[in-house]
Design a protein around this ligand. Structure first.
Ligand code: TXA
Ligand code: MG
Length: 350
C-alpha cells in the first residue's frame, strides 16, 4: 500500500507566495538586466530589497496584500505599523493621496528626497489596507536615488518599503547589511552601493491643521519650517528607533485603526447578531453573509494579508460584535493577535 505522500499533505497548506525562511535570495546588480529582473519580481508579488538615498528598503507591491504581508513576515515584525509607499515621481502622489496646497508645496521643495509625507488616502486608491494598517491616511515618498526611481518606474506600482532589516536590527546602508539579516527570507537584493544619507526619511504629517513632525530624519526640521511655517512635534521614541515596540501613548497623531464594532476574541462561533471573522475550518451554520475567513487553509501570512480588509468589510455591516476565532500566536500570528487585542481593548475603553 502506498502511504499518503507527505508533500501532498503539506501542499494543501502551502501559501501562493514563498514563505521565509526558505528561498534563495538573488543578488542583482544595478544594471539594465538587474533592474528588469527586480521589477519583474516586484510585479509578481515578490520581495526585493533596494537602495534608496536614506537606507535600503525591503520592497513589495503596495497594492498587493499578500506581498505586504510577506514584508512583515520577512522582517519578523511583531506588529503592523503602516509602511511608506515609494513613488517614482512626485506627480504620482495625487493618484494615491489628496494633495492640498501645503502638500504640494512640501513635495515641490523636498521631492525627490528624504521626506515622507503622511496625507489623506484617496478612497479610490488601490493601496493595500495592510500597507496603511487600516488607516485612512497614507505615507508617501519619492526617493532621491537614480536606481530606486528607475526601479519604481519600471515596476509602475507604489512600492511599500520599510528598512530592509530583521526587526530590532540596525537599518542597512549597504546590500551586505541586508543579507546579514534577510538572506534566504527575501527574493532579491538590488545592489546599488552604499546609501548616501544613512538615516531614515523625516516623517511629516500633513493631515491636520498644522504640520506635525512624526520622525526626525534626512530633512531637517528647520528646512521644513522655512517652507511650511511652524511645525509641531509628536515624535515617538520607538518610531525614531525605527521599529516600534511598545504601545503608543494615547493622543498621538498616529492613531491605530480600530473597528467601530466591538470585537470578541477567542470565539468558537458567532452568537446571534454577531459577524464572524474565522480562521481555518469554520463551525457549521452561522450568520451567512457576515462571515469572512482570514485563511481557510490556516495560513498565517494569508490571514495577515486579509486582516484589515475583512475587518473593514464586517465593520461596515454594523453587527452587534465581530466574533474572532483564535489565531495561533506564532510568526505573523503575533502581529495579527496584537492588532486584534488592541482593537478589542480600544472598544472596551471606549
Ligand atoms: O528612509 C525611509 O523612510 C526608509 C526607506 C526605505 O525609504 N523607510 C522606512 O520605512 O523607514 P518604515 O516603514 O520603517 O517607516 C515608516 C514610518 C514609521 O515611523 C510609520 O509609523 C510612519 O512612517 N507612517 C507610515 N504611515 C503612516 C501613517 N499613515 N500615519 C502616520 N505615520 C505613518
Ligand atoms: Mg526600520
Amino acid at each position: 500500500m502506498n502511504p499518503l505522500p507527505i508533500h501532498a499533505i503539506g501542499s494543501v497548506m502551502q501559501p501562493s507566495h514563498p514563505q521565509p525562511p526558505s528561498r534563495a535570495t538573488e543578488r542583482l546588480a544595478a544594471t539594465a538586466a538587474g533592474l528588469a529582473r527586480a521589477a519583474e519580481l516586484l510585479r509578481s508579488g515578490r520581495l526585493v530589497a533596494f537602495a534608496t538615498e536614506t537606507v535600503y528598503g525591503l520592497g513589495g507591491d503596495g497594492t498587493d496584500d499578500r506581498a505586504v504581508a510577506g514584508i512583515f513576515a520577512a522582517k519578523d515584525r511583531p506588529r503592523f505599523n503602516p509602511l511608506i509607499l515609494h513613488l517614482a515621481d512626485p506627480d504620482r502622489a495625487a493618484d494615491f493621496a489628496l494633495m492640498p496646497p501645503r502638500a504640494r508645496a512640501a513635495a515641490a521643495a523636498f521631492w525627490p528626497g528624504p521626506l515622507t509625507l503622511v496625507l489623506p488616502l484617496r478612497p479610490d486608491s488601490r493601496i493595500s489596507r495592510l500597507a496603511t494598517a487600516g488607516l485612512d491616511t497614507v505615507a508617501l515618498r519619492v526617493p532621491d536615488h537614480a536606481t530606486a526611481r528607475a526601479l519604481l518606474r519600471a515596476t509602475g506600482r507604489p512600492i511599500a518599503a520599510p528598512s530592509a532589516n530583521r526587526s530590532g536590527r540596525l537599518s542597512p546602508t549597504a546590500a551586505g547589511h541586508v543579507l546579514e539579516t534577510l538572506d534566504g527570507r527575501i527574493d532579491a537584493v538590488l545592489d546599488a552601493g552604499p546609501a548616501r544619507v544613512g538615516v531614515e526619511s523625516t516623517v511629516l504629517d500633513l493631515t491636520g491643521d498644522r504640520p506635525v513632525l512624526l520622525r526626525a530624519g534626512g530633512v531637517a526640521e528647520r528646512a521644513l519650517a522655512a517652507v511650511l511655517g511652524p511645525i509641531a512635534r509628536d515624535i515617538d521614541p520607538d518610531m525614531a528607533a525605527g521599529e516600534p515596540a511598545a504601545p503608543r501613548s494615547p493622543g498621538r497623531v498616529l492613531r491605530h485603526y480600530a473597528p467601530l464594532t466591538p470585537i470578541r476574541l477567542d470565539a468558537v462561533a458567532a452568537r446571534p447578531g454577531e459577524a464572524l471573522l474565522g480562521f481555518g475550518s469554520l463551525p457549521d451554520g452561522g450568520p451567512a453573509g457576515s462571515i469572512r475567513n482570514l485563511s481557510p487553509g490556516g495560513d498565517i501570512t494569508e490571514a495577515a494579508a486579509n486582516l484589515f480588509a475583512m475587518l473593514h468589510d464586517l465593520d461596515r455591516l454594523r453587527p452587534a460584535a465581530i466574533a474572532v476565532m483564535p489565531i495561533p500566536d506564532r510568526g505573523l500570528g503575533l502581529a495579527v493577535n496584537d492588532r486584534l487585542r488592541r482593537a478589542a481593548a480600544a472598544q472596551a475603553s471606549g
